[in-house]
Design a binder for this molecule. Structure first.
Ligand code: FMN
Length: 210
């Protein structure tokens, strides 16, 4: 199956460090891999409304930002969340996009969970803090979201920077960017599932409605 990468830019400023780092990594993708780049700031989603207990989520109107993002997500084999570190996790724009996954999971005819299973989630982030472990909540958010949907997880590429352009001075991050998308992307498993072998996944507890 040919690969189609969707890059979702979650910064609230243009041309920031996260995008610069993501573009460095994307330069290494083979020419036959399709790339689509969408800025969540340029395609803002309305506030997410949780309708799970009241009704089904209806399919978004054609031409709307939710429809654009749903269609782009379903068309991708690989989804790259390129979000700066905001308060140790993903940016608000990114979080709202992830919240929409909950609606898409309950949208008749979309079959979101089955269609996302086996696809790959990747992360790219820039942060001002020098110590990368402060980004663990962002990594956990993306990893566990992948696990919930039965997706593969390729990890998170981290770069340091505060002002736009700073990340280009982070030589270690630029070196990691060269091979990031060539890395392993195993099926994501919750920490408590680690004993369970592939193909015998214990989904007990996972089915709690998202
Ligand atoms: C709302 C907000 C929250 C932030 N929170 C953190 C944080 O928790 N940890 C950190 O190291 N940097 C934090 N930063 C700094 C950004 O992660 C940093 O400037 C990064 O380079 C921004 O990426 P961008 O250029 O792609 O927008 C924050 C910046 C903003 C605007």
């Amino acid at each position: 199956m040919s690969r189609h990468f969707l890059f979702l830019l979650g910064s609230s400023r243009p041309d920031g460090n996260t995008e610069l780092l993501a573009r460095r990594a994307a330069e290494q993708l083979p020419a036959d891999v399709e790339q689509r780049w969408l800025s969540l700031a340029e395609h803002p989603l309305p506030d997410f409304v949780d309708l799970r207990r009241d009704s089904d989520h209806v399919h978004p109107a054609a031409g709307s930002n939710p429809a654009l993002l749903l269609d782009a997500t379903l068309a991708a084999t690989d989804i790259v969340i390129a979000s700066p570190l905001y308060w140790y996790s993903v940016s608000g724009l990114t979080k709202r996009y992830l919240d929409y996954w909950s609606g898409w999971l309950r949208m008749p005819g979309v079959d979101f969970k089955a269609r996302m299973a086996g696809r790959t989630l990747w992360g790219v982030t820039a942060l001002a803090h020098e110590e990368e472990e402060v980004a663990d909540p962002l990594i956990g958010t993306l990893h566990h979201s992948a696990a919930y949907l039965g997706m593969r997880f390729g990890g998170v590429l981290l770069g340091n920077g505060s002002k736009p352009g700073d990340v280009l001075k982070d030589t270690a991050a630029l070196a990691q960017a060269k091979t990031f998308f060539a890395g392993e992307a195993p099926l994501a498993r919750y920490p408590y599932e680690k004993q369970v072998t592939d193909g015998a996944r214990d989904t007990q507890g996972v089915a709690a409605a998202r």
